[in-house]
Design a protein around this ligand. Structure first.
Ligand code: SF4
Ligand code: SF4
Ligand code: SF4
Ligand code: FES
Length: 698
């Protein structure tokens, strides 16, 4: 730890590590030094001069955001000279500012408003005409209102340093300076909206949010993004039962302020006109809307009849539904139906990894580890496209701690821009190519290895052997695609493993085997769309589907239950690194029910006693019975992420690598959900491409 330095700020004795900036040291003492361009985590630019302070024995005011503290330093942040300087800076920033706060999206959340209120003058000395520049639309997501810009360069820096995209720049100098997009008059980028979010004023505004509401008219619901396995916390702004925006301005959660385009904007699928809002029953060959009781009765009757004659059930669960829903589903299938054919679409070989790591402690990396580890190796994944938040943390680690980043991928990836070693390897050849990096990796003090779906079965074991042979501490992340892919495996939605990786008495069929079995009596798909990827051999099987939309599977069903989305339910999900977080319902879509409610009502209709189907009750059972899930409740109740304790023992499971395949989603696709997001589909970059390596030519 750096040496502590003592100084005085506004008469208070402050102690802070050497190298701390005056603005941060003041913060430690509870003293606010106003700032616009300073932004924790981004490079220093000292552009706005809002943070000027007096330091005794220095002749002029000093810049608080770039001056490091020194022993015995005496700082004044509240002197008349400092107050005068702040007034001058605010007045200067408002010289050409349109002051259109009543119609500006940022009104009520604007740092310039706050600073003018706290530090500005009451009146302006300028009565000249202000220069007007028309608003520009740079993409469906990003709009730019140049006169409102105060040239703090936060947007330029977050896009370059935070995202690694560098799609924004500065044109011209002095009074002619202007922020510009990478393609002349429009943007081609990640469309993440980080630049809009970080803009202290209303210069950058969001195509989905602008002119929709005032911030104080919304409820702000903290929940978890439903699109990929990274598990970003998002705060949904909801008004009149409608989600209007997503952000994470309070920086809470494992993602800090980061959200990718899907987390920030792709919530519009919830109000897609094709959303199912009534149960459907096949009558005379056609799906007809029916009441919930009719649909429940039809499905339950069929389930009972097939159960009574010991027929074949095939149940395909989801990697989007909650832990509670997955746990209850497998209980329903195993205890209620006496069946063992249960599976879901597996997108990575976590099971073999856990088995290969048996006996090792601390070998599974957390999202925090990605930010602190000295070295990170990415194998067979375009992380910026498939795991944007993990990629963001790794970039931040590189910037802030000079971590060494390595990549072994089929095509160029964003990590190449700052890697200590990049190698190209076709699918299946990654491990052979990895040998080229052996000497460099061996010299690292520690390493995290993230690997994609082409490393499966024996390849996972060989990868762990490779890690062992480096003789340094190595941690792993098995990359899984969806918001609760990890939870689906942990909860036993697999043919041969019960919750907590205990062996099933008798292994059931994989979902591919279910589709191929010509004696299947019932196919029950819960938030899954298997008939998009394969045909059903049993032409007469009775199909029951729980879904949000009339997917390829739902179209063929006999009974369809309209299901609620993750933004409409309570429960928990587990991210790719095994961190459990809580979902909070942001709205209710008329006519739908959560999958847990549907399961509970079906169980009731069948006269099964599977316990209470309230999320909290089911989670209590999970905590008691699923290894690793006895997590502290206050952590998740307060919006935090609780790490499940890693399993440490053999996993008695067949790897079945042929059943594992990533959906290869990009930043702009999200399985079946993506096609119902108008916003995602409207972007220039959609559908995007893996192994693109970024948008700038640096
Ligand atoms: S990637 Fe695009 S939306 Fe994201 S910060 Fe850069 S310019 Fe803004
Ligand atoms: S657009 Fe916003 S974030 Fe970018 S320089 Fe202007 S004020 Fe700063
Ligand atoms: S990185 Fe994944 S979890 Fe985070 S906002 Fe994007 S899609 Fe959602
Ligand atoms: S905050 Fe210090 S110069 Fe802008």
């Amino acid at each position: 730890m750096a040496d502590l330095v003592k100084l005085t700020i506004d008469g208070r004795e402050v102690e802070a590590p050497a190298g701390t900036l005056v603005i941060e040291a003041a913060k430690l003492a509870g003293i606010e030094i106003p700032s616009f361009c300073y932004y924790e985590g981004l490079k220093l630019v000292a552009a706005c001069r809002m943070c000027l302070v007096e330091i005794e024995k220095t002749p002029k005011l000093q810049v608080g955001c770039t001056t490091p503290i020194a022993a015995g330093m005496v700082v004044h942040t509240d002197s008349p000279t400092v107050a005068e300087s702040r007034k001058g800076m605010v007045e200067f920033l408002l010289t050409n500012h349109p002051l259109d706060c009543p119609v500006c999206d940022k009104g009520g959340e604007c740092e310039l408003q706050d600073m003018s209120f706290r530090y500005g003058v009451g009146e302006s000395r300028f009565d000249e005409m202000k220069r007007h520049v028309d608003e520009q639309q740079w993409s469906p997501v990003v709009y730019f209102d140049r006169p409102r810009c105060i040239l703090c360069y936060r947007c330029v820096r977050v896009c370059d340093e935070g995202l690694g995209v560098a799609a924004l720049g500065v044109d011209n100098r002095t009074v002619r300076s202007a922020i510009i997009p990478n393609l002349g008059d429009h943007l081609k980028c990640d469309e993440c909206g980080a630049c809009i979010d970080i803009c202290p004023v209303g210069a950058l505004t969001s195509g989905t949010y602008r002119y929709q509401t005032r911030p104080w008219e919304m409820q702000h619901i903290g929940t978890i993004c439903t699109h990929c396995g990274d598990g970003c916390k998002t705060t949904l702004g909801v008004r009149n039962n409608q989600i209007i925006r997503g952000n994470n301005r309070d920086h809470s959660g494992i993602n800090g302020e980061f959200l990718c385009v899907k987390g920030r904007y792709a919530f519009d699928f919830v109000e897609h006109p094709e959303r199912l809002q009534a149960p459907l029953l096949r009558v005379n060959g056609k799906l007809e809307p029916v009441s919930w009781s009719q649909a429940l009765e039809a499905a339950a009757k069929k389930f009972q009849e097939v159960k009574a004659r010991a027929g074949q059930f095939g149940v395909i669960g989801s990697n989007h539904t909650t832990n509670e829903e997955n746990f209850f589903l497998q209980k329903f299938v195993r205890e209620g139906l006496g069946a063992n054919n249960i599976d879901h679409h597996r997108t990575g070989d976590l099971v073999t990894l856990l088995d290969a790591l048996s006996g090792k402690t601390g070998a599974l990396a957390t999202t925090d580890d990605l930010y602190t580890s000295k070295a990170v190796l990415v194998i067979a994944s375009d992380l910026a496209q498939q795991h944007p938040m993990l990629s963001y943390h790794i970039r931040a680690n590189y910037r802030h701690h000079q971590a060494h980043i390595y990549a072994v991928t089929p095509g160029p990836v964003r990590e190449d821009h700052y890697s200590a070693g990049s190698e190209r390897a076709a699918e299946g050849e990654e491990l052979a190519v990895l040998e080229k990096l052996r000497e460099k990796l061996k010299a690292e003090p520690e390493l995290i290895i993230l690997f994609g779906d082409s490393i499966k079965g024996d390849a996972v074991r060989k990868l762990v052997e490779f890690g062992d042979s480096l003789a340094i501490p190595v941690k792993y992340v098995c990359l899984l695609d969806y918001s609760n892919s990890r939870g689906a495996v942990d909860m036993g939605v697999t043919p041969d493993l019960l919750p907590g990786y205990r062996p099933a008495a008798q292994a059931g069929m994989t979902w591919q085997q279910m589709l191929a079995a010509d004696d299947l009596d019932v196919l029950w798909a819960i938030g899954a769309n298997p008939l998009k990827r394969g045909d059903l051999a049993a032409r007469n099987a009775f199909i029951v589907v729980q879904e949000m939309f009339l997917t390829e599977t739902a179209e063929r069903a006999d009974v369809v239950f309209p299901a609620a989305s993750a933004y409409e339910k309570s429960g928990t999900v587990t991210n790719v690194c095994g961190q459990v977080q809580r979902l909070k319902p942001a709205l209710k879509v008329m006519g739908t029910k959560t999958d847990l409610e549907i399961l509970g009502l079906l169980a009731k209709e069948m006269g099964l006693n599977l316990g209470i189907w309230l999320p909290d009750k089911v989670f209590e059972e999970i905590r008691k019975t699923v290894r690793g899930y006895n997590i502290p409740l206050p952590v998740i109740a307060t919006g935090g992420a609780a790490q499940t304790s890693p399993l440490n023992g053999r996993v008695p499971s067949e790897a079945r690598p042929e059943t594992i395949r990533s959906a290869r989603d990009t930043l702009f696709t999200s399985g079946s959900l993506g096609r119902y997001s108008k916003l995602l589909n409207s972007l220039l970059e959609a559908p995007g491409a893996l192994y693109s390596g970024g948008y700038s030519d640096r």
